[in-house]
Design a protein around this ligand. Sequence first.
Ligand code: SF4
Ligand code: SF4
Length: 428
Amino acid sequence: MILKLRVASLILIHILILSHVYIFGSDVVGSIDFQEFFHSFIKLGVVNAGVILVFIAFTTTLIFGRFFCGWACHFGAIQEFSWYILNKLNIKPKTVDSKLVTLLPFIILLNFYFIPNIYHSINNPWDEIIVTLNEPDIWKFLPGFTIGLLTFLIDGFLIVYFLGKKGFCRFICPWGAFLKFPNSLAFFKVRKTGTCTECHVCTSECPVGIDVSYEINNYNKVTNTNCTSCLNCTYGCPSNALSYTYENPIKEEFNLKNYIQNKGSYIHTNISNQFTNIRNKDFLFLIILLIISFSLDGLYAMGHFMAFGIGTITSFILLFKLKKINKILQYSIVAIIACFVLWHGTIKYSIWRGYYNYNQQNYTKAIRHLERATFLYLKDIGKFHIRLSEMYLYQNKIEEAKYHANKAKIINPNYESPEQLLNLINKH
Ligand code: SF4
Ligand code: SF4
């Protein structure tokens, strides 16, 4: 019953999203995206539809917990659907038990969303708060079709296959990390209100991979901040031992150690075959996944979600999945991945140094770095050719300037800047 209600809620939400996109466009209400809170409100003091959504999500989470993630989020829904399909195919991935589920989403949230936008607003304080609902455009923060599809494939399906239940929500999602704090204070929680037989049905039924039985028997409530208030456990408990109930926040018992994953969870014999513990390799796992993710992030129009999805899955495969194959194949896979990371890391470094030197007007160095980036990049990027053409022109190297302006014109025939550059070059 509760699952049907949740499915109905998710379908309704998606009908509303489609109606928004196809019927209203951006005329009345623009992008309703979590990112708006950081890119628009924190950075510029702009309140738009996305910012209002975040305020609503934050305050309702304070009352009801992270129900938003369980009852309205498409990424969560796709992962649950993937889990369902895998089980139907008799594929039963183990859910990874790691402390990084607490750390990694915070790293992503702070590094990409909080710190850069707070830094900007400190250096450029807002003059006033501006309210505008029809900006930005709906598609402003959404990737193109191919990258969007790949992101859903990686973060909606592959990550579930490799890291288990809601791998994306637990390991990567920065919005989930943002809601963890109000979730820990939520008035309504899953609480133990009857006699538990420790059958662990609740743990098996939890779509987020929480050891519900362990938590309610040790803390009398679910303290795990990944809980999405889906209520699978309360409705599924054969002994009626659980309820989703209110507690006065003044009387609520808060114990910080109950919010930190405990070593005693996930080991009961009834559920131990559903989980795999990687806590003793967490540090290595984190280092490798950060190196891979940062080497890719932003390249080929790839967003943070996709880059970190690839980084997390690849790091997991490298550390835990290669052991079963023969050594030669093992070393070959490691060597291929290392070359790939080194190659793309060099591209990222070259772009960063190229633009840094360009802004410093150190054109000789900037040209060297941007030429390397252009050579290594698997895609022709028009803006690199424009910059190179400008700098060659400044150095009076007309042939090179013309070559790059022509390349930029072929890549983006509708843009004006290559044509303007060619007119300038022809005057020399
Ligand atoms: S399903 Fe109910 S009885 Fe079984 S472990 Fe969970 S709370 Fe206890
Ligand atoms: S603990 Fe219960 S309510 Fe929370 S996500 Fe798991 S099954 Fe849903």
